[in-house]
Design a protein around this ligand. Structure first.
Ligand code: ADP
Length: 492
C-alpha cells in the first residue's frame, strides 16, 4: 500500500507541496514564494519558469524531508491559481510570453468593446461567466495579437495554451500530456459548460485557434505520470482550480453545500448539483468538478476586500500590530457603539455591483475607540459575505443550513460567531483549513484507489469548532438595516 498523496498547490504568490495521509492529515509541507512582476499600472505577470521551478523544488523537498521516494506516493493532485494564462512553444518548451495573471486588467478595453457589441448574453449562456479581463480568453488573444510571430506560429499548431494546471502537467510529463480539467476549463471563457466542449463561436469571435487548447479531462482522471519527483514514476490523478478544490476538500458533495474562504478577499461557492444555474444577481456559474463521469456545477460569488480590511488596519492605519490581535480587541467591547465600516476600497461586487463605490466609516462619535473600529471591520467582512449568501440562496432557490469555512481569517472566532449570528446559520470550521490542497489530494486519491469513494472521504472530516447563531431576530434585523444604510453612503 502506497503511503501518501502528494498535493501540489500552485498559488498566486507561492508554490506549495503537501503530503496527506489516509485520514486527510498533513504529514509534511514545503512552500516557496516567487516574484510578482508589475510592469505598468494594472499589469500583473509571473515568469512561468519561476512557477515551475518553485513548484518542482518544493515537491522534491517535501519527499526528501520525510526520506520518501516516488514509490511511497499513490498519486499527485494539482490545484492552481485560476485563469492565469500561459502560452508556450511545444517544440522548444519555451513560453512565448510571461504568464498573464488573473488579476491583470490589460484587456479591459477589449472586454468593454465585447460588452458594447452585445456579446454579454451569449457569453453568459455558454460559459456561465461575465465578460471580464479576469478570465483567460482575452489574455490569450492579447498574447497572439501582441507577441511578434505568435499568431503565425499558433496557426501552424506550434503553440500550446494552458492555465497553470495544464502547464505544470505538461512540464511534469515531459511534454507528453497537454490537458486540463473541467473546473479550470470553465474559467477560460472559452468553454461551453452546457455541451462540455470548447466553444467554436467564441473561439471564432476572439480569433483563437482550437489546436492550441488542451484536452479536457475529469477532475479525477488519468493525467499520465512524472519521473521528475524522486526515483520512479508517480501518477497524476487529480486536478482542480483552487476554489473548486477547496469546495471538494470541504466535502461539499451535496446540492446546497456551501463554503466560504476568508483570505485577502472572500470566495463563496455553492454546490448546485448536476445542472448549471444561471444567476439573476451577477454571480458566476461554473463547473465545480467532474468525478466518475458526473459533472457537478457551482455558483460562485466573491467579496473583493475581506482580510484585506484587517491588513489596512494594520498597515494603513497602524492601529493593530497583527491580524490576530483584531479578535481580542473586538471582543473587548460589547458592540461597535454604532460604528459601521464598509471597506469598498475597490468598489463593491455582488450583490451591489458598484464600481464607483468607495470605503466609508460612519456612525463615529466622541466615544468611538480603536476597539469599535476594529470590531466594525470584522463585522464588515461578515456583512459582505452574508449579502453574497443571500443572493446565492435566491438564485439557487435553496436555503443554506451550514456554512463551511477556511482561509486565514477563518481562524478569528469573533468573526465566525458574528457570521453565524448575522446569517443565522451554523458555521463549521474544520481542523484542516488547508482545504484547497486537501481537495486536489482527494481528487487524485479517488482515482488512484487510495480512497475508495466519496463516503470514505467524508469520514475524514474533523470539525475544529461549530459556531451556532446566538442573537435575536430583532437584533439581527436592526444590524442588517443599519449595514444597508452604511452601504448607501459609499457613493458620494
Ligand atoms: P490569501 O490566501 O488571500 O493570501 P490567507 O488565507 O493567507 O489569504 O489569509 C490572510 C488574510 O487573512 C489577510 O488579509 C489577513 O489580514 C487575514 N487574517 C489572518 N488572520 C486573521 C485573523 N486572526 N483575524 C482576522 N483576519 C485575519
Amino acid at each position: 500500500m502506497k503511503k501518501y498523496i502528494l498535493a501540489l498547490d500552485q498559488g498566486t504568490t507561492s508554490s506549495r507541496a503537501i503530503l496527506f495521509n489516509k485520514s486527510g492529515e498533513i504529514i509534511a509541507q514545503k512552500q516557496k514564494e516567487f516574484p510578482q512582476i508589475f510592469k505598468q499600472n494594472g499589469y500583473v505577470e509571473h515568469n512561468p519558469n519561476d512557477i515551475w521551478s518553485s513548484l518542482l523544488t518544493v515537491a522534491r523537498e517535501v519527499l526528501l524531508c520525510k526520506g520518501l521516494d516516488a514509490g511511497d506516493i499513490s498519486s499527485i493532485g494539482i490545484t492552481n491559481q485560476r485563469e492565469t494564462t500561459i502560452i508556450w512553444d511545444k517544440e522548444t518548451g519555451e513560453p512565448v510570453y510571461n504568464a498573464i495573471v488573473w488579476q491583470c486588467r490589460r484587456t479591459s478595453d477589449y472586454c468593454k468593446e465585447l460588452v458594447k457589441n452585445g456579446y454579454s448574453d451569449m457569453i453568459k449562456e455558454k460559459t456561465g461567466l461575465i465578460i471580464d479581463p479576469y478570465f483567460s480568453a482575452t489574455k490569450i488573444k492579447w498574447i497572439l495579437d501582441n507577441v511578434q510571430g505568435a499568431r503565425e506560429k499558433a496557426k501552424t499548431g506550434r503553440l500550446l495554451f494552458g492555465t497553470v494546471d495544464s502547464y505544470i502537467i505538461w512540464k511534469l510529463t515531459n511534454g507528453r500530456v497537454h490537458a486540463t480539467d473541467y473546473s479550470n476549463a470553465s474559467r477560460t471563457m472559452l468553454f461551453n459548460i452546457n455541451t462540455l466542449e470548447w466553444d467554436d463561436d467564441i473561439l471564432k469571435l476572439l480569433c483563437i485557434p482550437k489546436n492550441m487548447l488542451p484536452r479536457v479531462l475529469e477532475s479525477s482522471d488519468d493525467y499520465g505520470y512524472t519521473t521528475l519527483i524522486g526515483k520512479g514514476k508517480i501518477k497524476i490523478c487529480g486536478v482542480a482550480g483552487d476554489q473548486q478544490a477547496s469546495l471538494f476538500g470541504q466535502a461539499c458533495f451535496n446540492e446546497g453545500d456551501f463554503k466560504c474562504t476568508y483570505g485577502t478577499g472572500a470566495f463563496l461557492l455553492m454546490n448546485t448539483g448536476e445542472k448549471p444555474i444561471p444567476s439573476q444577481n451577477g454571480l458566476l456559474t461554473t463547473i465545480a468538478w467532474s468525478v466518475d463521469g458526473k459533472v457537478t456545477y457551482a455558483l460562485e460569488g466573491s467579496v473583493f476586500v475581506a482580510g484585506a480590511a484587517i491588513q489596512w488596519l494594520r498597515d494603513g492605519l497602524g492601529i493593530i500590530d497583527s491580524a490576530a490581535q483584531s479578535e481580542p480587541l473586538a471582543l473587548s467591547v460589547s458592540n461597535t457603539n454604532g460604528v459601521y465600516f464598509v471597506p469598498a476600497f475597490v468598489g463593491l461586487g455582488a450583490p451591489y455591483w458598484n464600481a464607483d463605490a468607495r470605503g466609508v466609516l460612519c456612525g463615529l462619535s466622541r466615544g468611538t475607540t480603536v476597539e469599535h473600529i476594529v470590531r466594525s471591520a470584522l463585522e464588515a467582512i461578515a456583512y459582505q459575505v452574508n449579502a453574497v449568501i443571500k443572493v446565492m440562496e435566491a438564485d439557487a432557490e435553496m436555503k443554506i443550513k451550514t456554512l463551511k469555512v477556511d482561509g486565514g481569517a477563518s481562524e478569528n472566532n469573533f468573526l465566525m460567531q458574528f457570521q453565524s449570528d448575522i446569517t443565522n446559520c451554523n458555521v463549521l470550521r474544520p481542523m484542516c483549513i488547508e482545504t484547497t490542497a486537501l481537495g486536489c489530494a482527494y481528487l487524485a486519491g479517488l482515482k488512484s484507489g487510495y480512497w475508495k469513494n466519496m463516503n470514505d472521504i467524508k469520514d475524514n472530516q474533523k470539525i475544529d469548532y461549530e459556531f451556532i447563531p446566538d442573537i435575536s431576530e430583532s437584533k439581527r434585523e436592526i444590524l442588517l438595516t443599519n449595514w444597508k444604510k452604511a452601504v448607501e453612503r459609499t457613493t458620494l
